[in-house]
Design a protein around this ligand. Structure first.
Ligand code: NAD
Ligand code: UDP
Length: 348
């Protein structure tokens, strides 16, 4: 049985946690990452956690020559494709870089997969492809629309995967639409390590708790939600990682190709920004000074998944609670006040 998986972007936040889960499930992994938004230290930490060195190639998914060398050396069952850029604001300022990395990079990867007859792909998509949802919870047939280049790049890749599946029925193209990944490995060894001041809520909260940032701004308290603040479906990153293992097991069991298969990975539960802040304070006993600020442009009021399809097809469901998410985030933050960087490298 071929259990070898190429993990693009495997040095990143979700990729590193998924590498641990894949190894535990018996897969051999090869990580391919250009380290544009990650650190080699994450790969070292994953190696330490799994008790053996990981095969790592520093490379860009837009480099077909290097990808071919990797595919020449290894016979892969499939590819889990995390590599991409993910900052919405930066994508508005630098759209070409986003389309080049996320769309051209994926086309390049798919071409090489085709050359080597590797037809199993798990792609990192996002709940952002649903735009401002008309109904909640969001299921996989909800209409898709995006308002920023990051979201467009994910939606464009989804369209490409859909077209590819129609063109040839050999393909198995699972597109996992993540809701809001948070938390860290319970060991405190790997976690989310933003390069700059975080844009996302949970890393911002944890840096306020650590005293690195002074105050959280809560963007909007006049939404029509439980307490006026935005509602999201926060999912523990280790549950998300298990979702990838479950998707691979599903693929292994299929007797005929699945084509293009979109599946939500969320908990199915919405939590408001204020509820998350309260849970963090309660769990960690840290104080989180905050103020209410204007709504952030492009934000929506509420977003949470229907997680039924993942349960039905993969037998997967998220197990960990908001308390686990806060506890594990805080453990990672406390044990690694500068993330993967040494103190001298740290620049906020
Ligand atoms: P991340 O930035 O931590 O990881 C992405 C990894 O890809 C990084 O290690 C980066 O160095 C690498 N990379 C980027 N461009 C590359 C390229 N051209 N060639 C090779 N490697 C490259 O991000 P993450 O949070 O782990 O997200 C993983 C994937 O999931 C991304 O595609 C992201 O868009 C998607 N996603 C993330 C979230 C989230 O909130 N974190 C939500 C939905 C979807
Ligand atoms: N948010 C906030 N302050 C911050 C960062 C985020 O109030 O410093 C809110 C944001 O407006 C949204 C929620 O937290 O309602 C989740 O935002 P995040 O950027 O983490 O994820 P998104 O769902 O936007 O991808």
């Amino acid at each position: 049985m071929n259990n070898k998986i190429l993990v693009t972007g495997g040095a990143g936040y979700i990729g590193s946690h998924t590498c641990v889960a894949l190894h535990q499930a018996g897969y051999d992994i090869v990580v391919y990452d250009n380290l544009s938004n990650s650190s080699y230290e994450a790969v070292n930490r994953v190696s330490a956690l799994i008790g053996q060195p990981i095969e790592f190639i520093e490379g860009d998914i837009r480099n077909a020559g290097l990808l071919r060398e990797v595919f020449d050396k290894h016979r892969f069952f499939g590819v889990i494709h995390f590599a991409g850029l993910k900052a919405v604001g930066e994508s508005v300022a630098r759209p070409l870089i986003y389309y080049d990395n996320n769309v051209s990079g994926t086309i390049n990867l798919l071409n090489v997969m085709e050359e080597y007859s590797v037809s199993n792909l798990i792609f990192s998509s996002s709940a952002t492809v649903y735009g401002d949802p008309e109904t909640l919870p969001i299921n996989e047939t909800s209409p898709r629309s995006c308002t920023n280049p990051y979201g467009q790049s994910k939606l464009t890749v989804e369209h490409i995967l859909g077209d590819l599946a129609v063109s040839n029925d050999k393909w198995n193209l699972i597109t996992l639409r993540y809701f809001n990944p948070v938390g860290a490995h319970p060991s405190g060894q790997i976690g989310e390590d933003p390069n700059d001041i975080p844009n996302n809520l949970m890393p911002y909260i944890s840096q306020v708790a650590a005293g690195k940032l002074t105050k959280l701004s809560i963007f909007g308290n006049d939404y029509s939600t439980v307490d006026g603040t935005g509602v999201r479906d926060f999912i523990h990153v280790t549950d998300l990682a298990q979702g990838h293992v479950a998707a691979l097991s599903y693929l292994k069991k299929q007797s005929s190709p699945v084509g293009f298969l979109p599946v939500n990975l969320g908990t199915g539960k919405g939590t408001s920004v204020l509820e998350l802040v309260s849970a963090f304070i309660e769990t960690t006993k840290q104080s989180i000074p905050y103020k209410f600020a204007a709504r952030r442009e492009g934000d929506i009021a509420s977003c949470y998944a229907s997680a039924d399809k993942a349960k039905k097809l993969f037998g997967w469901k998220a197990k960990l609670s908001i308390t686990d998410m806060c506890q594990d985030t805080w453990r990672w933050q406390s044990m690694n006040p500068n993330g993967y960087k040494s103190i001298s490298e740290y620049k906020i």
